[in-house]
Design a protein around this ligand. Structure first.
Ligand code: COA
Length: 228
């Protein structure tokens, strides 16, 4: 069996998303074949972590090559943040068998964040739901969305939002640092309003996002425009 089971491209919010399905146990061969080096910080990690890192870096390699990068390698910065080649920005996410990445350029956008999340089961939703979603946000749940689907979407969207905001704030955030103010399932679109503290810090009031359902998982994307 090879590490990469398949590779595909999806389109979301005008961005190309590179997605691959991987076989966890085969990560050493996958890393050699694709020229991915595990950083020292991961040498003692469990194989699940090493495999997701390799799969994410492979998705990033093809996303960067697609955008014309000559050195399609992504470093590791503070708080685990990815360090993109000069001129490029991007974001990576993985589940235990799927990795995704999207890349843009500094010239096109200020920042970008992406996330893939398996839809939670009801038990997990009950235990983490209140931490992730406020009662005000729950009111925007569409009737044909189950609570589990909606909470999973909010979790994924806030992970994407964190990844998009991190390069601007350089610190961890709280799930209540942004409030969902619009959810439009017809156009697979949502909008967050940032807390007053964040607004004052980075001068951005709202962030817009898009999502899609891919098999049993949700993929969310936040793009922050230069004139946001
Ligand atoms: C950092 C975090 C998003 C990563 O979570 P995870 O469960 O490993 O999720 P994913 O697989 O989706 O994403 C992992 C990738 O995110 C990227 N990432 C990690 N830290 C990051 C950061 N500070 N900034 C941007 N991207 C980051 C990395 O590329 C990482 O993959 P890699 O380590 O293999 O390179 C999560 O640990 C976290 O801190 N979440 C907080 C979210 C939050 O505060 N939301 C509230 C916003 S209102």
């Amino acid at each position: 069996m090879t590490f990469l089971i398949w590779q595909k491209q999806l389109c979301l919010g005008g961005q190309t998303i590179f997605i691959n399905r991987y076989a966890r146990d085969e990560y050493p061969a996958g890393a050699v074949q694709e020229g991915i080096t595990l950083p020292d910080s991961l040498l003692g990690a469990v194989s699940k972590r090493k495999a997701e890192f390799v799969a994410g870096r492979i998705a990033a390699k093809y996303a960067l090559l697609h955008r014309g990068a000559s050195e399609p390698w992504v470093g590791i910065g503070e708080h685990r943040s990815p360090v993109w080649p000069d001129g490029f920005i991007g974001s990576i996410s993985h589940t235990d068998d799927t990795a995704i990445c999207t890349v843009s350029t500094n010239a096109e956008r200020l920042s970008i964040g992406i996330d893939i999340e398996n839809i939670m089961d009801d038990t997990l939703c009950e235990s983490v739901g209140k931490m992730i979603v406020t009662s005000g946000e729950m009111k925007l749940q569409e009737t044909d969305w189950s609570k589990a689907q909606f909470i999973s979407l909010m979790f994924s969207a806030k992970e994407s939002l964190f990844k998009a905001l991190y390069p601007l704030v350089k610190r961890y955030l709280d799930f209540h640092d942004a409030q969902l103010v619009s959810f439009d399932p017809q156009h697979s679109h949502f909008t967050f309003e940032l807390s007053q503290t964040l607004q004052q810090e980075i001068g951005i009031q709202v962030c817009h996002g898009d999502y899609l359902l891919f098999e049993e998982a949700l993929v969310t994307l936040i793009q922050i425009e230069r004139d946001a």
